[in-house]
Design a protein around this ligand. Structure first.
Ligand code: FES
Length: 570
């Protein structure tokens, strides 16, 4: 076994090279025997005080280390770029691919036999999994866990309430003072957003892909059982190295299908699509945008969590956690998908129990017959656009209306509350130039707030279309990820205020009712208005990022380079 360890390519060397590899490590007080054939396990840590959702990760890493040592491994913790969703400007998504490059190169360049990924806030999960896939050594994910549910004036709150509070302040139904009180009540513990937003969606994604131990998704960050899971994960990764169980053994096409089915049933974030496509691209599994629609078409919505439902992640854990939900989905899932604990998906959920049917429903009694995502096609989005029916208004699922177009986010901000804006409840808001290239980075602005004057009339939803994304905590009849994005000068770039747009979710169509000749003429006269960057990472990103319909990864990052270092350093 010792001879097969990748780390022995460093620590097993004799002479000057081995001396150098070991001697400097020993300045940390590490005994010689640690280097003599133990599996070296990296703990890839996204701890940062600027990523509050992951701020408890140094403590969590200690539990992982305990498990690794207990199982006979040698733990080494290392930092990678951490993306805090709430602070990073212009948007954390701009840096997901950069962070994944950091992860990939850090793993490959260092003496590691296996790696535990500590993930939490939205982009930290996909960036770590993407990077690890491109190296493909034994890998296991430990999520940081959700926050405890917020409590405000006797009621439960979490991130989705930010949008409601915002509307209430704009209409005068909530004061700034009340908003400050709510601010103190919402994030009252360690952990990531407590609704089924993107972070929770990502945690469910890794569990349903088989990349974590069962139960990982929902244990609250503040619950002592989170640390137990971290320690057990430390034990398990050492066994995985001994078994040479690599990411590509777990991440098969069936695993991706299980994740898509699960995401539909839990009402997961639309960001799931972009991240899963990118992960599939790295590990070499052929996954298409249409697969998300096809695979989730008949899957009922059975996990009653906000923003599509009522409860919070903490409640899901007490009700039995994700394994109890997976058990309900038994007839939809591939049973034999291998997971990181060496058992199949079915073996992992078979003994799970549901303790609260108001939180985890059954396939026969779902909370909503609508689930998953619908992939829309039409001349407004020839490569596809996405809508989450369970978060949309039923009366708008088939709708025709006149477009009110904003050329970019500044145009939107300047005019949305203009009393003169010609908009009514039948209008369709269109926001351009918030795609991967146009913004750049594809921010979460797709669920644009409605005009104040319509809110005042009691109108709470409009059809909204953009080439951007929506926060996983957002809701409404919001069509996202329109591709090709406006910055590429196709039909979405030339839609004008007053054009009629027809949406039919049942038929999966999104049509701009303008004659082809007129569209051709507009495209001939079209000029890009987005800013082009001429240096650094952002320039690289604008030149190489793919469209949302392909996962918005960089074209040159697709696939992997394996775990071989390009050449020895001496
Ligand atoms: Fe980090 Fe929501 S801001 S998970």
């Amino acid at each position: 076994m010792k001879d097969k360890l990748r780390s022995q390519g460093w620590f097993g060397k004799t002479g000057k090279d081995g001396f150098i590899y070991r001697a400097w490590m020993k300045n940390q007080g590490i005994p010689d025997y640690e280097f003599r054939g133990k599996p070296v396990i990296g703990i890839c840590n996204t701890w940062s005080e600027l990523t509050p959702c992951n701020a408890h990760f140094r403590e969590l890493a200690e539990s992982v280390k305990r498990g690794i040592s207990e199982a006979g491994g040698f733990p080494v913790e290392f930092p990678v770029m951490s993306l805090g969703e709430t602070l990073i400007k212009p948007t954390a998504m701009l840096y997901r691919n950069l962070a994944s490059m950091d992860v990939e190169e850090s793993i490959r360049a260092n003496p590691m036999d296996g790696v535990v990924l500590l993930c939490g806030c939205d982009k930290t999960t996909p960036s770590l999994v993407m990077g690890a896939c491109s190296v493909n050594i034994p890998t296991l994910v430990v999520s940081g866990g959700p926050m405890l549910t917020g409590k405000y004036q006797g009621r439960d709150i979490s991130t989705s309430d930010v949008w409601r509070f915002n509307d209430a302040v704009r209409t005068g139904d909530m004061s700034e003072e009340q908003l400050t009180v709510a601010e103190e009540c919402m994030c009252r513990s360690r952990g990531h957003c407590a609704v089924m937003g993107t972070a929770s969606t990502m945690a469910c994604m890794v569990e349903s892909l088989g990349l974590s131990l069962p139960g990982n998704a929902a244990i609250p960050a503040a619950d002592s059982r989170r640390k137990v899971l971290a320690q057990m994960s430390g034990i398990r990764i050492v066994e995985m190295v001994n078994e040479n169980l690599r990411l590509s053994d777990v991440l098969t096409r069936k695993a991706f299908e299980n994740a898509i089915i699960t995401n539909a049933a839990i009402g997961g974030s639309t960001n799931f699509i972009i991240h899963l496509l990118a992960i599939a691209g790295r590990i070499g599994v052929d996954l298409k945008l249409d697969d998300f629609d096809k695979l989730s078409a008949n899957v009922p919505f059975i996990v009653n969590l906000q923003p599509s439902g009522k409860y919070f992640m903490e409640d899901l854990y007490y009700a039995g956690g994700l394994p109890a939900a997976l058990k309900e989905l038994d007839k939809f899932l591939h049973h034999d998908s291998l997971t990181v604990n060496g058992k199949t998906m079915k073996e992992n959920y078979d003994s799970a129990e549901c303790y609260n049917r108001d939180i985890i429903g059954t396939v026969d009694k779902p909370f909503n017959a609508l689930s998953g995502v619908a992939i829309l096609k039409g001349n407004l989005c020839e490569n596809g656009a996405v809508i989450k029916p369970s978060a949309a208004s039923p009366h708008l699922m088939k709708h025709s209306g006149r477009a009110v177009v904003f050329e970019d986010i500044d145009d939107y901000k300047n005019r949305i509350d203009d009393p003169e804006l010609a908009v009514d409840e039948n209008s369709i808001l269109v926001l351009k130039n918030v795609g991967p290239i146009g913004y750049p980075g594809m921010p979460e602005v797709g669920n644009m707030a409605l005009p104040k004057k319509l809110l005042a009339k009691g109108i709470t939803d409009l059809v909204r279309i953009s080439d951007g994304r929506m926060s996983g905590t957002g809701f409404g009849t919001v069509i996202l990820h329109a591709s090709p994005e406006a910055a590429l000068g196709d039909n979405f770039a030339v839609v004008k205020t007053g054009d009629v747009i027809g949406l039919d979710v049942a038929q999966r169509t999104l049509m701009l009712e303008v004659a082809d000749e007129e569209l051709s003429m507009r495209k001939q006269n079209w000029k890009p208005i987005h800013k082009k960057y001429d240096r650094g990472y952002v320039m690289l990103y604008q030149q190489h990022v793919e469209q949302a319909s392909h996962g918005a990864d960089m074209d040159f990052l697709k696939g992997g380079s394996g775990s071989e270092v390009s050449r020895d350093s001496h």
